[in-house]
Design a protein around this ligand. Structure first.
Ligand SMILES: CC(C)(COP(=O)(O)OP(=O)(O)OC[C@H]1O[C@@H](n2cnc3c(N)ncnc32)[C@H](O)[C@@H]1OP(=O)(O)O)[C@@H](O)C(=O)NCCC(=O)NCCS
Length: 147
């Protein structure tokens, strides 16, 4: 997903607002989740997100989202955000976020999602790391960790 950063997206220094970037991250991840499960899906959590570099008015925000892991009803999606300078084409990584979406039926009850096929070593590595991230997220809900 590509967004042109306009003045209305920015703070008084001309840098994109963090909340706007979070919205784009949520949207990109939601599209990936919906395309995978083809049911309704809701955001269950968004892991800590840092903003490593500003994205300036007039630059592009390039948002790339891909699924990294699926549980029974939940899906983890990794979202990378880069700035792109329209004149030079230079790109800079600004944020990485992991989100969990849960597939739900019309009444909002969790429903099973299709499995995910890992085709590369990188994808397999990411899925292994996802197990640890999932355990961290569900601290305080041992009923869910054990599933
Ligand atoms: C997400 C939601 C459907 C989960 O409902 P729940 O009653 O906790 O469901 P369950 O206990 O059966 O858990 C379902 C799945 O969600 C996962 N889950 C629940 N809470 C989670 C959290 N905080 N972070 C990550 N995953 C979570 C569980 O691990 C489980 O995954 P699995 O089936 O792959 O093992 C429910 O909390 C909800 O509707 N939240 C509001 C969603 C929303 O409105 N989002 C928009 C932003 S406000």
């Amino acid at each position: 997903m590509v967004q042109l950063v306009l003045p209305n997206d920015a703070n008084t220094m001309g840098n994109v607002l963090g909340g706007r970037v979070l919205h784009w991250i949520d949207l990109a991840a939601a599209i990936v989740a919906h395309r995978h499960c083809r049911t309704e899906a809701v955001t269950a959590s968004m892991d800590q997100v840092s903003f490593h570099a500003p994205i300036r008015v007039g630059q592009l925000a390039v948002i790339t989202a891909r699924m990294t892991f699926v549980g029974r009803t939940s899906m983890e999606i990794r979202v990378d955000v880069q700035s792109e300078d329209l004149l030079s084409g230079a790109r800079e990584q600004t944020s990485t976020a992991y989100l969990t979406f849960v597939a739900v039926d019309a009444k909002g009850r969790p429903v099973a999602v299709p499995p995910l096929r890992f085709e590369t070593k990188e994808e397999q590595k990411e899925a292994r790391a996802a197990e640890a991230r999932r355990a961290g997220r569900l601290q305080g809900r041992p009923d869910l960790v054990a599933r």
